[in-house]
Design a protein around this ligand. Structure first.
Ligand SMILES: *Cc1c(COP(=O)(O)O)cnc(C)c1O
Length: 457
């Protein structure tokens, strides 16, 4: 057994890379409301999904099998960066003056700099094995696009990425990284699709949204031969691919006789939160293990804390099946906050159900306090976090400080979903005092929710 169990950093040998993903659909407290095909007014099927996605991903989307084998080809590529380190944040504990133990799982060490590679490699592999030659997708902040570009290169697939315009402008080097891996990247809305041209005609100055970019990518997929679409979050199969994070973390904590009281992840669509939390929530759902899981969102995009739990589309034009989820409405165009990966209007149906069932807690935090937390973390742990991940850091700090006030130290685990090396202009703005909060009010939420599709299942 090659393991290094010094207190600070726990790395397990590659034989500890999980051989199976964990599918939480086997253990839900109640059954997941089905995805809905609005054009034909019926529940969506595997066949509906395999028009867009690989057959394997479409099948996984509906599977209730508890564990699903990770193909050996995928595990071989995981070996480039997995297992990822589990780190005891002793520097942060000291800076806060707390007796709680804070651990983080460092997913920033992947080739894309974020957890997104875990699903990208799986999706590229399945498409390749089904004879697909081209994958189209969208990217918000650029992490998903980077992950997919690298994964497509591994399997010799073409990659076409629609990148939300504000990120295209804020993070030009993400585009460069995708091009290094051979992808084609355009700013969305673009002139390449009918959807993009229509949006530009109506709102020429739009900074774009993930919903718009998804709509463009889907149109592109449906109008190209041997092309499939791929999504970096939200859907059940994507969340399942990410469970390698929590499965590894469990073994690493076991190696030092630790188990978390609280597991924390930031939430955009829900995939890294699910990745770190679901394998622990399995214990809670099966054996009532006491465990708190907290999903953290920006107060500028508060779907879990202010949105409605109802059916909505995944994209702005209603091309995707409707999903039952916490949503701000598919027309929601978020403020240009710097945590681009958290600007999506909805939350994954799996996380939404668990929040609705009170198995998972949700919390919203404001942008300024998030950057403050990011700086403290960078200065005490030596790692520059992605602004997205800093949402989880902020709440890990809050919980450790609260435990200290209560006199009950806790074991806290959060996921460091990515690094902030492509976000230095945001850090620069913060250091110059140019970062403000932009909360989204309940009135604005309610106004936007008028656009929801009407669905009776
Ligand atoms: C994409 C991204 C997120 C948000 O997406 P989830 O699917 O909610 O995980 C968070 N952090 C980083 C670094 C990301 O790239």
């Amino acid at each position: 057994m090659s393991k290094n169990n010094i207190d600070k950093k726990i790395i397990l040998g590659e034989e500890f890379i999980p051989k199976q993903w964990y599918n939480i659909q086997a253990d839900l407290p109640k059954s997941l409301p089905g995805h809905y095909n609005t054009r034909e007014s019926r529940l969506a099927t595997v066949d509906d999904f395999s028009m867009l996605f690989s057959k394997a991903a479409a099948t996984q989307e509906f599977s209730k099998e508890r564990f699903i084998d990770i193909p050996q080809e995928v595990r071989e590529i995981y070996k480039i960066w997995r297992t990822t380190p589990l780190v005891r944040a002793t520097g942060l504990e000291k800076a806060l003056g707390v007796k709680s133990k804070i651990y983080f799982k460092n997913e920033s060490v992947s080739p894309s700099g974020s957890h997104k590679s875990n699903s990208a490699v799986a999706q590229a592999f399945y498409n390749k094995s089904e004879g697909i030659t081209r994958i189209t997708s969208e990217t918000g902040a650029g992490q998903w696009g980077s992950a997919l570009s690298m994964a497509c290169k591994e399997f010799d697939l073409e990659c076409m990425v629609y990148m939300v315009k504000i990120s295209f402008m804020q993070k030009p080097y993400r585009k460069s990284l995708m091009e290094v891996f051979g992808a084609k990247v355009v700013a969305s809305p673009s002139e390449l699709t009918k959807t993009g041209r229509e949006i530009l005609a109506k709102t020429p100055d739009t900074t774009g949204s993930l919903g718009d970019a998804i709509a463009e990518a889907i149109e592109d997929t449906l109008t190209h031969k041997n092309s499939k679409y791929s999504l970096g979050s939200v859907l059940n199969h994507v969340l399942m691919h990410q469970t390698v994070i929590g499965l590894e973390a469990k073994k690493q904590m076991e190696a030092v006789d630790a188990y978390p009281d609280i597991v924390i992840g930031c939430l955009g669509g829900g995939s890294n939160f699910a990745g770190v939390a679901f394998p622990f929530l399995m214990d809670k759902l099966q054996k009532s293990t006491p465990l708190r899981a907290i999903a953290v969102e920006p107060s500028a995009c508060p779907k879990l804390t202010k949105g409605e739990y109802t059916y909505d589309f995944g994209d702005s034009t209603g091309l995707t099946p409707a999903l039952k989820m916490h949503t701000l409405g598919h027309n929601f165009t978020p403020q240009g906050i710097h945590a681009g990966g958290l600007r999506y209007h909805g939350a994954s149906p799996l996380v939404s159900l668990l929040v609705d069932e009170k198995v998972v807690e949700a919390r919203a935090v404001a942008q300024k306090e998030v950057f403050e937390a990011a700086l403290l973390f960078a200065r005490s742990e030596g790692i520059l976090p992605a602004p997205e991940s800093a949402h989880a850091i902020k709440v890990a700090m809050e919980e450790a400080l609260k435990a200290e006030r209560d006199g009950t130290p806790k074991t806290i685990l959060f996921n460091l979903s990515g690094h902030g090396h492509f976000d230095l202009s945001a850090y620069d703005n913060y250091l110059k005092g140019n970062i403000s909060d932009c909360d989204y009010s309940q009135e604005e939420v309610n106004r936007n929710l008028k656009s929801l599709p009407k669905i009776n299942t």
